[in-house]
Unconditional design. Sequence first.
Length: 89
Amino acid sequence: MVRASPALLLREGGNICKALSDFLVCPLSKQPLRRCQDSQSLISDTIGVSFPIIDGIPCLVPKDGKLLEDQDISRVENGAHSSVVHSER
């Protein structure tokens, strides 16, 4: 088993590095994820699920995902969401 250094996963400021974010998608919908600074998680807006980031490592196992509540989803729809981690091509 190969272990990655947290330094490879993070860049200055605690953000997931650009190279890694190009590959990260929701494990269920296969759609781009966005980072939420408030909850330190990656969010799939397509299905309304939040995946935690623990010690700088995204936990993208489907069982680790949590359904967003209606108020969280409405905040996203009103434009109060964080930046997109994976840009659409």
